[in-house]
Structures are given as C-alpha cells and as structure tokens.
Design a protein around this ligand. Structure first.
Ligand code: NCD
Length: 312
C-alpha cells in the first residue's frame, strides 16, 4: 500500500502509488457523496492555508474532511488575513500552524512553496498548487476522472490544449500520465509550450508525444481533450494575454468533426477557452471533475493521516 509523508508533487510517484490512491478514492465514493457515514478521520484537524484564490480546491479539501468526520480550520486569504501581511515567512507560519493541526493543505504563488513548507512541518503537507510548478491533487483527480469516464487510462490518446507553460494542473496531469501507456498531443500557442523538465520526463519514460498548434486536427483523433485556461496572472507581460486570448477555443463544431465521443475535461475556472455550447455534449466531464476532487482528497487525507482501513 502507498505510504506518503507529504504530497508536494506527482513527479516521484510510481504507477502503483497512483493506482493505490485512485482505488482508495473509489472505496470512499459513497462516503464523499454523503450516502454512507464513515468517520474515518474523527478527531483529526485539517488546515487549509491559501495564499491564492480558490473555489474548487479549498472547498473540496474541506468537504472531504467533513465527510470523513474530521474538522477544518481555514485561512482562505492568507496574503491579507494572516501574519503574512505583516511579513511573516512560510517557515515561521508553518512552524506555528503545525501546533494546531494534523495536516496542512497549502496554496501559494511561488513554485517550491509546498516543498519548503514540508521541510519545516511536523505534520503532512498537501500541495494545493505552487506557482507554475505542480497541482498534484488536481492531477490525481484528473486521472480518476479519466479512469471513471473511460474505464481505463492505458491505450488512450490524450490532447492537452492551452497555456501549457504556466498551468500547474497540466504539469501534474502530464507527470501522472507518464506512468501509463498513453499518447499525448500538446497543443499550445507559440511561447506557451510545456516546460522542458516535463518533456524530459516524458522522454525518459518513453511516452510518445507530439507538439502542435493544430487544435482541429488534434481533436479529430482524440479520446480525451483537456482544455486549460491562459494563466493571465502569471504572465510577465499583460499584452501577451491580449495577443492569444480567443485563439484556442474548444467548441461543439470542433468536437463534432470527430467520429467518436470525446471526453472533454477542464480544471476550471474557464474564461472563454471552452465554449458553453459544449456543456450538453455527451462527453463533457468538467462538471463531474469537482466531485472526483472530493474523492481523491479524501483518499489522500486518509493515507497521510495513516487511517486507510485494512479492508481497502
Ligand atoms: C487551477 C489552479 O489554481 O491551479 N484551478 C484549480 O485548482 N482547479 C487552475 C486555474 O486557476 O486556472
């Protein structure tokens, strides 16, 4: 069974680790929807410490904890409402909060912030997104979504579309997928390509990938299309955004050019790159992803707090 002290990224997880996490998540499905009561994390406290805005990630961490009978303390806007505003650094904040809690989910605008927190924390750290680096719980919920929607991850042709340079979700998803037998197509505007360190890992793990700017052609042969937002707030030059916004939009007509039903995913929020005319397309999975986020985060909390039942 997978053993983790912290979860800062998917880079070093094995296929077996990922499969264990997804299986534990599937065991917790009915608990996460409230159909079954299972107070697995009774007497445990989770802190959500978010230095950047969030809807899905923070609320699904908190939902997972509540569904498992645990408790939550939350800093939703740490930049302005915690002592960070007074100039306190991450190591000092972490060495304070670990007196109050059993686990910390942290989101921060700097790449490496979760690793730094983990190096100071006496309790497990869960990376809820660090800069343009990783968003491992999102990557895992995306893998769970693919597994649930398609029945398998192996053998699929997966297209990732958008700002692949600054999107931490697609970094973690790509790292997760690199443990499976998949074919990847990376579609991005020039200057927004997947980072070299991710491509190096794909090469090392013999994952076939193509880089292109041809969205229509890529969608035609896909099993799964994953759209991501241009990470406007992370661009050094705001004019860059105006140049590319609206250039890569997935819409119904592109999907209908394919002979089969494609699974359409998005980490959300969307701001124009995924047309609303896709919402009632049979393969649209992006409003099912948020529930899978509760399942995966529940599984991770159970693992990190050493409460996975033997019977799983
Ligand atoms: C993303 C994030 O913050 O990394 N959102 C999420 O967690 N689902 C992606 C984004 O903001 O575009």
């Amino acid at each position: 069974m997978v053993e983790l002290k912290h979860l800062t990224g998917l880079r070093d997880l094995s296929r077996k680790d990922i499969e264990d996490i997804l299986n534990i998540a599937l065991h917790l499905e009915e608990v996460c929807s409230g159909k079954k009561v299972f107070n697995l994390l009774e007497n445990k406290v989770l802190t959500t410490l978010f230095y950047e805005p969030s809807t899905r990630t923070r609320l699904s961490f908190e939902t997972a904890m509540h569904r498992l009978g645990g408790k939550v303390i939350s800093v939703a806007d740490a930049k302005t409402t915690s002592s960070a505003w007074k100039g306190e650094n991450i190591p000092d904040t972490i060495r304070t909060i670990d007196n109050y809690t059993d686990a910390i989910a942290i989101r921060h605008s700097e790449s490496g912030a979760a690793e730094m927190a983990a190096s100071y924390s006496r309790v497990p750290i869960l990376n809820a997104g660090d800069g343009t680096n990783e968003h491992p719980t999102q990557g895992l919920l995306d893998l769970l979504t693919i597994k649930k929607e398609r029945g398998t991850i192996d053998g699929l042709k997966i297209v990732l579309v958008g700002d692949l340079k600054h999107t931490r979700s697609t970094n973690s998803l790509t790292l997760g997928l690199s443990n499976f037998n998949v074919e990847l197509t990376l579609v991005s505007p020039p200057g927004f390509e997947t980072s070299q360190w991710i491509l190096d890992i794909l090469k090392k793990r013999n994952i076939p990938y193509t880089r292109t700017d041809d969205l229509r052609g890529s969608v035609k042969n896909a099993d799964v299309v994953y759209v991501c937002r241009i990470q406007k707030e992370r661009l050094a030059d705001p004019h860059e955004y105006d140049k590319i916004k609206g250039t890569y939009v997935l819409n119904r007509s592109l999907l209908e050019g394919a002979s089969r039903i494609i699974t359409v995913m998005h980490h959300l929020p969307r701001v124009g790159e995924l047309d609303e005319d896709v919402d009632d397309y049979p393969g649209a999975a992006y409003f099912r992803q948020p529930f899978n986020g509760v399942m995966v985060r529940a599984a991770l909390l159970a693992i990190l707090l050493n409460r996975v039942p033997e019977s799983f």
